[in-house]
Design a protein around this ligand. Structure first.
Ligand SMILES: NC(=O)C1=CN([C@@H]2O[C@H](COP(=O)(O)OP(=O)(O)OC[C@H]3O[C@@H](n4cnc5c(N)ncnc54)[C@H](OP(=O)(O)O)[C@@H]3O)[C@@H](O)[C@H]2O)C=CC1
Ligand SMILES: O=C1O[C@H](COP(=O)(O)O)[C@@H](O)[C@H](O)[C@H]1O
Length: 517
């Protein structure tokens, strides 16, 4: 099979060239305790525990080293937590009949501790449970590693960080580490994010803090730097001389689905744009980093964010789907956008004049996330084919993963006419049998390995909030009209009009159809 050499099981050994580690001699073996805080919640059962299971299944979490702790206020037993999680532990693709046995063995690694998020009592019990596990594994030698995953509402991050610092730090005399993984949304605007960063920053050093954005763990997002900097094709074309506009799109074909209360507090810009789409934009727009060291990459991302100019009101379209407020957890008069199109403009040598169009919406007519780079018209076109469409380079993040290039070719046949076609790298077809890891799986593994490349640095976060905070405040002050749209539609027509004004030229009559096997 062509793809036999590429799979997560055959990852290269641990890289040694990162310099963001907590200390120089960070052990990668020894007792590992993973604590999922908020273990009773939605993210924990749907994403965190399943990702840990897949890492366990693939041998990245070794039963003789690792123990997993769930922590939350809900009073449940170990068994109750295990049965809540059980149904979400689906077989890894290509898994054998040993799945059931693996699930049972994995579940036995999990222990539950109940306690509050702001008093020491619960965290002292947690520390005892971790220490007990560490003592029992001492015979295996090595140091202790403690990873705390915050699957929690951000409102409790400061108190939980303080409790960990006071009660649960690694105490091994043979080295080791304590790391925390924090979920988005990290703050609600610049001031609150900075306050949160300062509170956590007083307790933990930056190399101990992993701000997770799961889009950075997606296969095709991780492919961006390789595509851009390992291919001669793109190097001379990737600039304002050749590119007319870039779209970064997130669409979901379902609404807020039981998360209405959370969503209404944040809205689509904070939920998707300020983090996921902006991170993708950085990878599309950044300059080549000095090396692949996490700090070199993140330095370049920060420069992109700092070059974004203030967003203009006329380059924003906001919408809310009809029926959004039917959710009992959403106020009837909610003015939270569930759809947004926002144009960002970068003031730098490479991108001056190129609109970066960010689009995100819930309850639309399809589910997809993609980057669409549209090239300018061919000058002096002797085939008169502009009307058929421009060249586009599309990276479909999901689903299904694909990279394709829309281009004009001769229509096969006797006549000399042109037609739109594509060069297509559809992953399902090209990499048959290859398991593409879940984003969370990959990122949790990075946290254990101490690789911060795919995590958001504090200054990056600050620069991201600087871009959106003025707009968010204007929205909250009622300066924008929310356009209602029908669930299952493309969203407000005004968004397509904005795209057209920004110079996007749609290719009529052409649709890319993912190849089937
Ligand atoms: N769910 C998802 O798909 C995604 C979630 N996230 C982020 O992950 C984090 C966790 O999300 P999710 O699991 O959905 O959240 P939940 O609302 O399910 O909360 C997780 C747990 O936190 C505790 N909790 C809930 N509300 C409060 C509160 N007001 N004060 C103290 N504790 C509370 C509850 O545990 P108990 O009462 O037992 O202590 C709950 O089980 C959030 O930051 C979220 O934004 C990010 C991406 C996707
Ligand atoms: O962070 C979030 O992401 C999900 C979409 O993630 P995906 O990996 O399925 O694309 C989104 O549904 C949710 O609202 C948001 O909080």
């Amino acid at each position: 099979m062509a793809s036999a050499g590429w799979s997560i099981e055959k990852r290269a050994p641990l890289r040694t060239d990162t310099f963001s580690r907590d200390n120089e001699n960070v052990p990668e073996t020894g007792c590992l305790s993973i604590v999922v805080l908020g273990a009773s919640g939605d993210l924990a059962k749907k994403k965190t525990f399943p990702a840990l299971f897949h890492l366990y299944r693939q041998g990245f979490l070794k039963p003789d080293e690792v123990h997993i702790f769930g922590y939350a206020r809900t009073k449940i037993s170990d068994e109750e937590l295990r049965s809540r999680i059980h149904g979400y532990l689906t077989p890894c693709k290509g898994a054998s009949t040993e799945h059931t046995e693996d699930v049972l063995k994995f579940l036995q690694l999990i222990k539950y501790v109940s306690g509050s998020y702001d008093t020491e009592e619960g965290f002292r019990s947690l520390d005892s449970a971790i220490s007990e596990h560490e003592i029992s594994k001492n015979s295996a030698g090595g140091s202790s590693r403690r990873l705390f995953y915050f699957a929690l509402p951000p409102s409790v991050y400061p108190s939980v960080s303080k409790m960990i610092k006071n009660c649960c730090m690694n105490k091994s005399d043979r080295g080791g580490w304590t790391r925390i993984v924090v979920e988005k949304p990290f703050g609600k605007d610049l001031a609150s994010a900075e306050e949160l960063s300062s509170q956590i920053g007083e307790l933990f050093d930056e190399p101990q803090i992993y701000r997770i954005d799961h889009y950075l763990g997606k296969e095709l997002v991780q492919n961006m730097l390789v595509l851009r900097f390992a291919n001669r094709f793109f190097l001379p074309l990737w600039n304002r001389d050749n590119i007319a506009n870039v779209q970064i799109v997130f669409r979901e074909d379902f609404g807020t689905e039981g998360r209405g209360g959370y969503f209404d507090e944040y809205g689509i810009i904070r939920d998707i744009m300020q983090n996921h789409l902006l991170q993708v934009l950085c990878l599309v727009a950044m300059e080549k980093p000095v090396s692949l060291k996490p700090e070199h990459i993140r330095d370049e991302k920060v420069k992109v964010l700092q070059s974004v100019v203030p967003i203009k009101d006329e380059e924003v379209v906001l919408g809310q789907y009809v029926g959004y407020t039917d959710d009992s957890t959403v106020p009837d008069n909610s003015s939270t956008p569930t759809f947004a199109t926002v144009i960002l403009r970068l003031h730098n040598e490479r991108w001056e004049g190129v609109p970066f169009i960010l689009k995100a919406g819930k309850a639309l007519n399809s589910r997809k996330a993609e980057i669409r780079v549209q090239f300018k018209d061919v000058p002096g076109d002797i085939f008169r084919c502009q009307k058929q469409g421009r060249n586009e380079f599309v990276i479909r993040l999901q689903p299904p993963e694909a990279i394709y290039m829309k281009l004009t070719v001769k229509q096969p046949g006797l006549e000399m006419s042109t037609v739109q076609s594509e060069l297509d790298l559809s992953y399902g077809q090209r990499y048959q049998g290859v398991v593409i890891p879940e984003a969370y799986e990959r990122l949790i593994l990075d946290t254990i390995r101490g690789d911060q490349q795919h995590f958001v640095r504090r200054d990056e976060l600050k620069a991201a909030w600087e871009i959106f905070t003025p707009l968010l405040h204007r929205i909250e002050d009622g300066e924008f009209k929310l356009i209602p749209y029908k669930p299952g539609s493309r969203g407000p027509a005004e968004a397509d009009e904005l795209l057209e004004r920004a110079g996007y030229v749609q290719t009529h009559g052409y649709i890319w159809i993912p190849p089937t096997l």
